[in-house]
Design a protein around this ligand. Structure first.
Ligand code: PLP
Length: 430
């Protein structure tokens, strides 16, 4: 096929004349008109707002590091230091042993992809595994399936029990000599429950496989929750303090309250981390060494994250976590008080889902009725459920949300609202 001679008249043309800064700003501001109002606490997920002061600290650091490139930490030693501070601080928080080492990535997905790849490399070099398998529960994040797909591992998916934790008997059966990686989540995303990490790590250890703990959501919450209210919000050991856990991911751009584009992936040792890095010396452009999947790498996210962590400290995170988890407790109690709605599992932290216990009540229709009232919830399932990741920004509006939830259920029961078809949680691909 040759090039089309008649360009599609509807396709925007590359602009000829430039536009001045004020006009550009006005257009961008206008384009945001129909976005969800995260700054009013109206999204339960997607954006995590640490408040005005935290935002200001992040924005100032972001402006300073907007143009820097972490591809070369030799040219930008500032970024080498920022990255190693973030890794060391996180290792301190997550009981990393001496020698624990990591890298900053662009997010939870990239941290998980790198962990999958590192586990595959380790299984090949240490145990001669050439048809590697990844053992995970059906509750583990979809990014592990993406990693298996990209890096050529076969997935062995095990079911969850009624409490939404993995079926350990099924997991034990699935772990074999071919297993490269076994996954535990702290907590898992769909229902917010923390997996029995020590049991899962022991299964991996038995065959010499890696065990990754996905603490993308919990990494900057659970440690502070346990300090605040050990009985109410504590969990059995779940981090690098557990024998057999070889790597862990924690997302600064979620409840770390940094802007998007930053996560930490830690390995138990430098030797394990070595499986993650790519070092190629056969290119006319020179030796090419990268720690993760990126090449050119913005300095902005890691600098903004560094500033936010340094600004908050343990004291600041404890305050944000208390506000968040008290809000989540009130939300759970409020949902459970609504006839026909349930919170599956026994989540104790900031994630939960809402399902219907009444076959005549369509929870997606409830979600649509909430959306009509300006609240954003991702749909999930099976079973059909609405997702909530509660964070600091939601705390001031919990009562308003609960009142609208009751109204939304009444409207659906009265037959005034139908579910909108389709509506997957994430991007539509055109
Ligand atoms: C968000 C999340 C991920 C993926 O992280 P991204 O930052 O969205 O790429 C992985 N695991 C869990 C439990 C998560 O909540």
């Amino acid at each position: 096929m040759g090039p089309s001679t008649t360009p599609d008249p509807a396709r925007p043309r590359f602009p000829t004349a430039g536009l001045d800064a004020d006009a550009i700003r006005a257009e961008l501001v206008a384009r945001r008109d129909h976005d969800v109002r995260w700054d009013e606490g109206r999204t339960f997920g997607l954006v995590f707002d640490g408040g005005e002061e935290v935002r200001a600290v992040a924005e100032d650091a972001a402006r300073l590091f907007l143009h820097e490139n972490a591809l070369s930490t030799a040219a930008f030693p500032s970024l080498a230091g920022i990255q190693s501070d973030l890794c060391a601080w996180t290792a301190d928080l997550l009981h990393g042993p001496d020698g624990a080492a990591g890298f900053v990535t662009s997010g939870g997905t990239e941290s998980i992809l790198c962990a999958v790849e590192a586990a595959r490399e380790r299984a090949r070099t240490e145990r001669d595994v050439h048809e590697p398998e990844l053992v995970l529960a059906e509750s583990a994040h979809a990014a592990f399936h993406k990693g298996a797909h990209l890096f050529g591992l076969r997935t062995c998916v095990v079911p969850v029990l009624a409490d939404r934790t993995p079926d350990l008997d099924a997991m034990a059966d699935a772990v074999t000599d071919r297993t490269a990686l076994v996954v535990a989540s702290a907590p898992q995303y769909p229902q917010g429950v923390v997996d029995p990490v020590a049991d899962i790590a022991a299964l991996a250890d038995r065959v010499g496989a890696s065990c990754h703990v996905d603490a993308c959501m919990g990494g900057y919450v659970l440690p502070f929750a346990a300090l605040e209210e050990p009985d109410r919000w504590g969990s059995p050991p779940w981090d690098l303090g557990v024998d057999g856990v070889t790597s862990i991911s924690a997302d600064l751009h979620k409840l770390g309250y940094a802007p998007k584009g930053v996560s930490v992936l830690l390995h138990r040792s430098r030797a394990l981390r070595r499986h993650q890095t790519f070092d190629f010396d056969g290119w006319l452009g020179g030796r090419y060494v990268t720690p993760n999947l990126q090449g050119t790498r913005s300095g902005l996210p890691m600098a903004a994250a560094w500033a936010v962590v340094r600004h908050l400290g343990i004291d600041g995170y404890r305050r944000l976590v208390r506000t968040t988890l008290e809000a989540a407790d009130r939300i759970r109690a409020g949902v459970q008080a609504v006839d026909g709605l349930e919170v599956p599992g026994d989540p104790r932290h900031h994630l939960l889902s809402i399902t219907s216990s009444d076959p005549t009540l369509d929870v997606f229709a409830v979600g649509d009725a909430l959306a009509a009232r300006g609240w954003h919830h991702d749909r999930q399932g099976p079973p059909d459920g609405l997702h909530l990741t509660v964070s600091n920004g939601n705390a001031p509006v919990v009562d308003a949300w609960l009142a609208d939830l009751v109204d939304a259920v009444d409207e659906v029961r009265a037959g005034g609202a139908d579910r909108v078809a389709g509506g997957g949680a994430y991007s539509t691909l055109e």
